[in-house]
Design a protein around this ligand. Sequence first.
Ligand SMILES: O=C(O)CCC(=O)C(=O)O
Ligand SMILES: [Fe+2]
Length: 299
Amino acid sequence: MSAQQGPQPSEQTYKSLYDTQGFVVIPDLIPPAQFPELFAAAERATARTREGAWPHRRTVGRQFPPFDESGTPDVWGVQHIMHPALGERAFAEWYTSDALLRTACELMGCGKKELQMELFNMLVNPERADFALRWHRDDVREDATEDEEREALGKWHYGVQWNTALLEDSCLFVVPGSHAVPRTPEQRTHSSTLAAPKDPMDMPGAIRVVLKPGETAFYNSNILHCATYSSSAPRLTLHACIGCTRGGSTRARNILQHGLAWMEGDEFRDSLNDQGKEMLQRLLNMKKGTGNLGYALSN
Ligand SMILES: O=C(O)CCC(=O)C(=O)O
Ligand SMILES: [Fe+2]
């Protein structure tokens, strides 16, 4: 699926598509004046990560955290791009920008005063070999029973994840509607191993999400999804999520597994606008209330 043609749907339509499909594609959430700056920051951060100079990265061979922080392996993602040590202010500026936050509020049905800062990473193509992620839900294990799956999906409404393409991106596959219901026996068979599928389109109901530069796919991260990464197809995609405080600690394991101690320092807080500072404080409040919850999925 790619951008809607002709008149743009209203925010209300986006919300109803998001609620029923578990994802929706929305164009133009990067103000044109900000695009070149964001693109240049993304290229610099990627180059630094590929050189081994930025240790927070997703490494080929590992699908989920923890990732490898030593040596110079091939990478498929850059982690913590708002980190002050990376020195790229454009990322936090965009993460806290009005149009983006308004859209997140609309899709989650929550108020601005309830927004909780979460993760902001970037997904890039590996350079040395192709890689892929298996079919998964971000916070439900593949061996969950049908009842466990139903219970987990029933409380996963307090956050939204998004991919914003800076270059054309056709890596992501989703099963529309699967954010709301347990897998069918056939879908379970296709998603019960830790290995990536040979052909993602073998999954019943799968579609490929194709994004043009500037388009954003917002999705419920417990939708059944997978991804393929070709070393010959350049990818530069902003990958983020945000929560709503009404969810209490429901999102803690999924978010805190990425290691967010750096967000507690003054340097990061001082670099944010007022809205960003408030959103950060809500994340730190959630963190204070939880212990070590481990990792959501296995590698
Ligand atoms: O590459 C993508 O777009 C999806 C990544 C993903 O599913 C994940 O990190 O859990
Ligand atoms: Fe995922």
